[in-house]
Design a protein around this ligand. Structure first.
Ligand code: AMP
Length: 590
């Protein structure tokens, strides 16, 4: 940014944005310096929960509100840093008492309730690996992830346990402890479970974090590829350096901020930015248990005095449908920065933000594997609507082409489409896919991490999202692997073959659509279609299950038996079916 513009930005802003001079900040940035902005464990080492909670609980921000929970039924529960410090210590002591070893996986399956956040931070304090599961998952995605992740402990609610997990216990022999949140009587009636709140009440408020090293595993986040089972992306404690730094530059956190990240911690955004990043800055996070409702959301922005808001394109599009008129009823003067992530943010949505809130919506880009924001539009930088912005300090992004022999070449000319790639080495980069070294190795070539996204870079270094290089589906911001959905459908006795695609949708971005061919004894019909929709929904849960099913005589496949999802999609959209030989060589790696 030019000096005059920087001076103008200083005058225009209620607070001075943290990133004013992009080029200079990048040039002067070092990860070592970013690491020094954190405290580190007293005896050496690094622990996410120490940076997020304990150092504030022991410092001048101890009485500041860390988390404010807005319950579905209108109740509010507040936690200061001091209280959060004590409760997360109790949770760590509970895990210690149960004999959970360092590095063992503690899964959580719950809505956005305080116990989920306490469990996440308590697990990190204890040295366990925290793995959140989205509460709307059906039993099958839960079983798969818990068995791949060797879940030792599960923390969930009595209701979710009864509905989704009890039937799986036999299939999860490694699961030693199930801790339930709920009424004591209800929990007592469920064999093989423990009462989370009772254990917490019996535990001590003090816990000394064992010396976790920066490279010790901390978080396991599942994500989906085109083929195979879900992938468990492993993250380490020093990811917190990136969470903190990106909170500062990409979300422009200032010490008095009230922050609201609308993402669920079942997904990486809800963990990195819904839990960790704001706490490392000692600011207040608002957490809403309820699902999207435009008026409720504007009410929260107003009543909580939210200053920085991190949301998602699907939510923005839903707000656009409701219109700007309703927003005028609310006093949103405290709001100063809006960011969005997870799917392409249409240029109209960026501009709509300007009209509706008096400020544009700042798109940023990252993925489960990167652990934190990699490319962003910054508070003080001109937005190019439709662009994801420019790489964070410390992040080098490029556009590459894969050659047939598996090597890659960087494309330096602006405007050329290719695969978005990042130079490895940032602290929140995933350290592997659990038990899948080969799959991990395939993500790297020529000194780049290959993201699986297609993009362009313009002459000024702004990146523009083009699409996915593979067949994964993004529906309402949730990444869904078509293979998972196809496998579930194949378990129905009527189904011979299934092919699943993402069908473009004006609000959700994409919706899951399945094409199914039937076994000889079955005939297509409305009743069977409904039965299959219900069957998939029960197994997979509402977010993953197909919304539409079409019957087809056969599902197109390559000679090697791979489902030609792109052909299904082209047919669905009435597009030219194209060169089938290219369809046959589509990326299989992810
Ligand atoms: P996940 O790992 O579930 O967070 O999904 C990551 C994927 O979401 C990326 O690889 C992209 O395909 C997509 N994505 C994330 N942010 C953006 C964005 N700002 N614009 C377009 N696509 C995005």
């Amino acid at each position: 940014m030019k000096r005059a513009t920087i001076e103008k930005a200083r005058r225009d802003w209620a607070v001075t944005p943290n990133l004013l001079d992009y080029e200079r900040t990048r040039a002067e940035f070092s990860w070592d310096a970013a690491r020094r902005a954190l405290e580190g464990l007293p005896g050496g080492g690094l622990n996410i929960a120490h940076e997020a909670v304990d150092r504030h609980a022991a410092g001048p921000r101890r009485d500041r509100l860390a988390l404010r929970f807005l319950g579905k039924r209108g109740e509010t529960r507040d936690f200061t840093y001091a209280r959060l410090g004590a409760l997360t210590s109790r949770c760590a002591n509970v895990l210690k008492r149960l004999g959970v070893a360092k590095g063992e996986r503690v899964f959580a399956l719950a809505g956005r309730i305080p116990e989920l956040y306490i469990s996440a931070l308590g697990t990190l304090k204890h040295g366990g690996v925290f793995c959140p599961l989205f509460s709307a998952f059906g039993p099958e995605p839960i079983r798969q992830r818990m068995s791949i992740g060797d879940g030792r402990v599960l923390i969930t609610t009595a209701m979710l346990y009864k509905r989704k997990v009890a039937e799986l216990r036999g299939a999860l022999p490694g699961l030693k402890h199930v801790l339930l949140i709920g009424a004591p009587d209800e929990i007592r009636a469920l064999p093989g479970t423990l009462d989370f709140n009772q254990l917490m009440a019996e535990a001590d408020d003090h816990f000394v974090i064992p010396p976790t090293a920066p490279e010790d595993l901390a978080l396991l986040h599942f994500t989906s590829g085109t083929t195979g089972t879900p992938k468990g992306a492993m993250h380490v404690h020093q990811a917190v350096v990136a969470h903190h730094m990106t909170g500062y530059y990409a979300l422009d956190f200032h010490p008095d901020d009230i922050f609201w990240c609308t993402a669920d911690p079942g997904w990486v955004t809800g963990a990195s930015y819904g839990i960790i990043a704001p706490l490392t800055h000692g600011i207040t996070s608002v957490i809403d248990e309820a699902e999207f409702d435009a008026e409720r959301w504007y009410g929260i922005l107003q009543e909580q005095g939210v200053t920085v808001w991190y949301t998602a394109p699907t939510a923005v599009r839903m707000m656009m449908k409701v219109g700007t008129g309703v927003i005028r009823k609310y006093d949103l003067r405290r709001l100063r920065f809006i960011a969005s992530v997870g799917e392409p943010l249409n240029p109209e949505a960026v501009l709509w933000g300007q009209d509706a809130f008096g400020m544009p919506i700042h798109d940023n880009w990252w993925q489960t594997e990167t652990g934190g924001i990699m490319i962003a539009n910054y508070a003080a930088m001109d937005i190019r609507p439709g662009s994801m912005g420019r790489p964070l300090p410390g992040i080098e992004a490029g556009i590459v082409h894969r050659r047939k022999d598996g090597t890659v070449e960087e494309v330096s000319a602006p405007g050329v489409e290719g695969e978005l790639a990042l130079r490895p080495g940032w602290p929140s980069m995933f350290r592997g896919y659990l038990h899948e070294d080969e799959r991990y190795r395939k993500c790297f070539a020529g000194g780049w991490y290959l993201t699986g996204d297609l993009a362009r870079r313009d002459a000024d270094g702004y990146f523009w999202f083009v699409g996915r290089a593979d067949d994964v589906i993004k529906s309402s911001g949730h990444l869904i692997g078509p293979f998972e959905v196809e496998s579930a459908l194949l378990e129905h006795p009527a189904v011979a073959e299934a092919g699943v695609i993402g069908k473009p949708d004006p609000v959700a971005g994409e919706v899951v659509k399945a094409f199914v061919s039937l076994k000889a004894a079955y005939a297509p019909g409305e009743q069977l279609r409904r039965e299959l929709l219900g069957f998939a929904r029960k197994r997979l849960g509402a977010v993953v299950a197909p919304k539409e099913i079409d019957f087809v005589a056969s599902v197109p496949k390559t000679r090697s038996g791979k489902i030609m999802r792109r052909l299904l999609k082209a047919r669905e959209l009435g597009l030219p079916e194209g060169d089938l030989s290219t369809v046959e060589t589509e990326t299989e790696a992810s």
